[in-house]
Design a protein around this ligand. Structure first.
Ligand code: ADP
Ligand code: MG
Length: 325
């Protein structure tokens, strides 16, 4: 059996067997049957070793995260995940590595019933490109551009944990025990907020997932909606683990740290009560962190009630500010 036949064998049955997959891995194309009347939501994200994850990351964590960050994009659109494809570039075909990598992929796929339906395998530096496909009634998709002045600003879960997890990994932050473990898990195993996203259909006016940090991603939403926002610093949801290990750095990480994969969304005041009723059943916490303003720009109001303007501008190709990782 050739090396790449072996690789394909690892990917022949990954994820749940879905009735809407007429033909999966193995032919020249997959044949898929999207439900009538719904839009197909499609998104791609690529992870490169040394850029998006440190070379020492476990294969399970790489596999898990590569799919989870893609599913997070479907969540941000309130789309129901269905299928994914995998463009995999490998330095060599190491069966042990592949086994662990597909274990991580499967762990990310299983809770959501998504199926791997095809891909491509090439040789080179370790790079994982995933494209996810999901469904959403077109008029219920959550775009970035729908926020209106007066809308309330919400986030799921807690902010800044993944940035602290990265700092622990890189030795810029020190700690051990349960809190450190929690933060490392948050970096390596983000939960795509798909349950929450489904409940936002018909309620949220705009949404985005937090991959590059609250300020940067809120900036995208504000630009698309042509509005501004005020954030209440005291309302930022900080986990006990982050508070205990990060000290005064916690707020800065909550504002600017990337990789949390929480949802950030806006809701008109008249629908806030309905949102809170639905959020009671969510796996993650719901926090109201501010308000959309007609005036452009982003201001953070600190504990003393003093507003400071924050930079939202984000240059994907910047070399000094981190850019898009
Ligand atoms: P082709 O030369 O026609 O592109 P390939 O040898 O690249 O054929 O792929 C053969 C089959 O294996 C296709 O169905 C393709 O989708 C699948 N495949 C290849 N690599 C992967 C992968 N990394 N993950 C999932 N499916 C894969
Ligand atoms: Mg091919």
């Amino acid at each position: 059996m050739s090396e790449f036949a072996l690789i394909r064998q690892h990917f022949a049955r990954l994820g749940s067997g879905r009735g809407d997959v007429l033909l999966g891995v193995g032919d020249d194309c997959a044949l898929l049957a999207p439900p009538a009347g719904q839009a197909l939501a499609v998104s791609t994200d690529t992870l490169i070793e040394g850029v998006h994850f440190p070379p020492a990351t476990s294969p399970e964590a790489v596999g898990y995260k590569a799919l989870a960050v893609n599913l997070s994009d479907l969540a941000a659109m309130a789309a129901e995940p269905a299928w994914f494809t995998l463009a995999l570039t490998l330095p060599d075909a190491d069966a042990g590595w592949l086994q662990r990598f597909t274990g991580g992929l499967s762990a990310a796929a299983a809770p959501w019933g998504v199926q791997l339906v095809g891909g491509d395998t090439t040789r080179g530096s370790l790079t994982i490109g995933i494209t996810v496909f999901g469904f959403v009634p077109a008029e219920q998709a959550l775009r970035r551009g729908g926020a209106q002045p007066g809308d309330r600003l919400f986030v799921t879960g807690t902010l800044g944990d993944a940035a602290a997890g990265l700092a622990l990994w890189q030795g810029r932050l020190h700690g051990d025990g349960e809190a450190a473990e929690t933060l490392r898990e948050r970096l390596q195993r983000p939960t795509p907020r798909l349950v929450e996203a489904r409940a936002l259909r018909g309620l949220a006016s705009a949404a985005i997932d937090l991959s590059d940090g609250l300020c940067g991603d809120l900036g995208h939403l504000l630009a698309a909606s042509q509005v501004g926002a005020r954030i209440d610093q005291a309302a930022l949801p900080l986990s006990p683990a982050l508070r205990s290990l990060a000290g005064p750095q916690a707020v800065e990480w909550a504002l600017r740290g990337g990789d949390d994969y929480e949802l950030l969304f806006t809701v008109p005041p008249a629908r806030v009560a309905a949102l809170k009723a639905r959020a009671g059943a969510w796996p993650s916490a719901l926090s109201e962190i501010g308000e959309i303003t007609a005036r452009s720009g982003l201001a953070v109001v600190d504990e003393q009630g003093v507003a400071r303007p924050l930079q939202t501008g984000y240059d994907h190709f910047a070399t000094d500010s981190g850019g898009e990782r």
